[in-house]
Design a protein around this ligand. Structure first.
Ligand code: AMP
Ligand code: ZN
Length: 507
């Protein structure tokens, strides 16, 4: 209450007085619309079985620490799951662990540690980081090594149906020409396909689009693989990378999934190959919906282990930032747009999270994710002033619009509080609405500011800072610079965010 009084004093000082209509009372039981990579359309998120929305995410390849680019993918998936659950649906979320492939084997042998011990260590590290980032645990987390029989069974079915063949060395390949719809996800030109397919079978787990070819399902044992092989009807060997996701996804989610997710780099060849082998086997659509997040970039390049330009969560924490600030920064843009990582973004995240925290504090706190999902399942949640932010999220997770709306609504809220123009029941609704947005983004909020700092800013500094912000918004750069210098001369510094600014004493 003390906080509200100070907030009121602060805003009255600026003679801010507005009248705003009553918070709207609307339901949040609307459906999320998400872009589908295959159809290039926005599709409504509805569970096929009318019960649970069943989705599969390609998980981490555990041969080193996941970098924050990988976490952009896992956060985007966490984000849509949260929005789905907060809109009243249940989900069944499967995310695998890739613990056998070219890279895990190569790196475990290099480090002289048995594959299982090696991948277990990196899996634990991944779990720790994911927890710090407040990523919801998947309901099922199967690993490739624990599902060798399921993969062998699937490969055998493909051989029996004439979609796969055994080579002389005991490897098994998928015959791309046996599946006429090959390439439908990434729209590979049929002529390219004919030229490439069948000419030279491809052994590598990863390859480029101009190398379309029969791809490996089972790799015959090689000396380089060390002890990492399993028995199969075709001799000792190990599964290729693509087959694991088809086998595990269909085991836990059935032959047709509601949605399949991964980073955009997985479209080809991984997801294209998953579609081909799954649909050739079942004759059914493998996934109703394909969700792909764009890349996190560093200076124009994709952040990746192979380019060596990566940051891990540990690096970010060492630089003095916390996982919530990273979470904010990675979710702030559209998931379908490349995002350039920078520490300016992290600073912006810090400022904005403080603002949200102050608003939450003024409303008496944030309701828990579990409580909100429980309400959403049986009833509609009223969003009050935060309806527009939620509406933006339902439109293909438009995070930038949702954040713009959120900070606009927080301003309105502050004015209503100052004018004492919010009944207890309105406040309760607004608290619920803000809680939905905070939980959709999955933030744990920092301690709120005490307003003391703000009210102690001298009047002339505040006025100059406000005039300077206006000049900046009007693209009047010369005036904006001049006013900033005046503020600095008075011993204060202006820190800009995208939507607003803060004034602090020069340290
Ligand atoms: P991996 O551990 O390499 O199997 O990748 C795990 C997930 O991270 C996959 O969904 C990738 O598509 C995704 N990914 C890899 N690099 C990036 C990046 N720079 N930005 C966004 N997602 C990425
Ligand atoms: Zn996969």
């Amino acid at each position: 209450m003390k906080f509200l009084k100070k907030l009121a004093d602060f805003l009255k000082f600026h003679q801010v007085r507005v009248t705003i209509a009553s918070p709207q009372k609307k339901s949040i039981m609307k459906k999320l619309l998400l872009h589908d990579t295959l159809s290039r359309k926005r599709l409504e998120i509805v569970p096929e079985d009318g019960n649970k929305f069943r989705f599969y995410c390609c998980g981490p390849t555990v041969y080193g620490p996941a970098h924050i680019g990988n976490f952009r993918a896992f956060l985007a998936q966490d984000f849509f799951r949260r929005v789905i659950e907060l809109s009243g649906l249940k989900t069944l979320h499967v995310r695998n662990i890739t613990d056998v492939d070219d890279k895990t084997i190569r790196e475990s042998i290099k480090s002289g540690v048995a594959l299982k011990d090696f991948t277990d260590g990196w899996t634990d590290q991944f779990h720790e980081d994911a927890k710090k980032l407040n990523i919801l645990e998947p309901h099922i987390e199967p690993s490739a090594v624990d599902h060798i029989p399921e993969q062998i069974e699937l490969i055998q079915k493909l051989i029996d149906k004439g979609n796969a063949y055994i080579s002389e060395d005991g490897s098994v390949y998928f015959s791309v020409s046996s599946y006429p719809k090959y390439g439908k996800l990434t729209r590979i030109d049929q002529r390219d396909l004919k030229a490439g397919a069948g000419e030279k079978a491809n052994d590598a787990d990863e390859y480029e689009k101009d190398n379309v070819s029969d791809f490996v399902l089972w790799k015959a044992k090689k000396i380089d693989d060390g002890d990492n092989y399993w028995e199969s009807p075709w001799g000792d060997g190990r599964p290729g990378w693509h087959i694991e996701c088809s086998a595990m996804a269909m085991k836990y989610l059935g032959q047709t999934l509601d949605l399949h997710a991964g980073g955009v780099d997985l479209c080809f060849p991984h997801h294209e190959n998953e579609i081909a082998q799954s649909e050739a086997c079942t004759g059914k659509t493998f996934s109703q919906h394909w969700f792909h997040n764009e890349h996190l970039m560093v200076e124009g390049n994709k952040m990746s282990k192979s380019l060596g330009n990566l940051h891990t969560l540990a690096d970010i924490i060492k630089k003095g930032y916390n996982p919530d600030e990273l979470r904010y920064a990675l979710l702030a843009g559209s998931y379908r747009t490349k995002l350039n990582f920078s520490f300016d973004r992290m600073n912006e995240a810090r400022i904005n999270l403080k603002k949200v925290s102050n608003a939450a504090h003024a409303l008496g706190g944030i309701d828990s994710y579990e409580d909100l999902c429980a309400i959403a399942e049986s009833d509609s949640i009223e969003m009050g002033l935060f309806e527009s932010s939620w509406t933006a999220l339902l439109e293909d997770l438009n995070a930038s619009a949702a954040l713009g709306e959120l900070f606009g609504s927080i301003k309105k809220l502050e004015k209503r509080l100052v004018n004492d123009d919010l009944s207890e029941s309105d406040k309760k609704i607004c608290r619920q609405g803000l809680s939905v947005i905070v939980n959709a983004f999955g933030w744990t909020l920092p301690e709120p500011d005490s307003l003391k700092e703000s009210v102690e800013i001298p009047k002339d500094v505040k006025e100059l800072a406000e005039q300077r912000w206006q000049a900046k918004c009007d693209n009047n750069w010369a005036e904006s610079d001049r006013l900033r210098d005046e503020v600095v001369a008075l011993g204060w510094v202006i820190k800009d965010g995208k939507q607003s600014y803060e004034v602090e004493p020069v340290k």
